[in-house]
Design a protein around this ligand. Structure first.
Ligand code: LIP
Length: 252
């Protein structure tokens, strides 16, 4: 296996933990209402925590792998080199800013549009999800093996919704799931939603518009767990469907 990819995976794992600890340290300032929060758009916020955490990741990646490019939610992109690091320093920002626990750090290494490795770290539960192409998916040190299940086993999926898509499509999806006897949750973090699909905590994930930095790590982790992922490009982003194959005709 490409040694350089193994080195990059080790870098990403340590950086995800370090960035998670830094982001967690800002929670005290949130509790004191001492963190500047900027509204980027409808339900789209950023704080000093997001920016500083992304800067920590970006600077260390530039030091260790200067030949690689970078694309981050908060500090933009420099797309030189064969591979690009695609980073969301705090995925689930709205949850984070309201001191909910459901947020994570997401780091992926992407070549020609395909993720070759991904790391998702949930500091609230100290859970590190990771995958390297062809080498399987892991939760901490435990290998993740998908239970492909079948139609009568599928019972709960995780959904994401963006104001950039049609609300009726989202509502029709929920209606279709209930008609099939399938429950759903919406947690506001695509990265964690995909990581939990790989870990068997959800049977599927769907979101009709999502950014690359929210999903690239989750895509390789779900694939390496042996599950189905379908990515479709959209102007400025993607539509994603993933999970047990029995969900393909339902998550449309
Ligand atoms: C979030 C995604 C989520 C989506 C939210 C938001 P952020 O990313 O993970 O799936 O529904 O609108 O885009 O902004 O927390 O990094």
């Amino acid at each position: 296996m490409n040694i350089a990819l193994h080195d990059r995976l080790a870098t990403a794992k340590k950086l995800a933990r370090d960035a998670g600890a830094l982001a967690l340290s800002y929670q005290e300032r949130l509790r004191r209402n001492d963190l500047v929060i900027i509204e980027k758009g409808v339900q789209d916020f950023v704080s000093e925590a997001d920016q500083t955490t992304e800067r920590l990741i970006r600077d260390e990646l530039a030091r260790q792998h200067p030949e690689d490019g970078f694309l981050g939610e908060e500090t933009g992109s420099c797309l030189h080199g064969q591979g690009v690091w695609v980073v969301d320093p705090i995925d689930g920002t709205n949850n984070y800013l309201r001191q909910h626990r459901h947020w994570c750090v997401s780091i992926a290494y992407v070549v020609d549009g395909e993720p070759l490795l991904g790391v998702i770290y949930d500091p609230s539960n100290d859970e590190l999800f990771s995958a390297l192409i062809g080498q399987g998916a892991y939760l901490n040190d435990c290998r993740l093996h998908a239970d492909h299940g079948n139609a009568d086993r599928v019972r709960i999926v995780n959904l994401g919704y963006s104001a950039k898509t049609e609300l009726q499509h989202y509502l029709r999806t929920i209606e279709r799931l209930f008609e099939q006897g399938i429950d759903h949750r919406r947690h506001g973090s695509a990265a964690l939603g995909l990581a939990h699909v790989a870990a068997g905590r959800f049977d599927g994930y769907m979101e009709a518009f999502i950014n690359a930095w929210d999903i690239m790590a989750g895509v390789i982790i779900v694939r390496e767990a042996g599950l189905w992922v379908e990515l479709q490009t959209r102007p400025g982003g993607y539509a994603i469907r993933a999970g047990v194959p029995a969900l393909a005709p339902i998550l449309v």
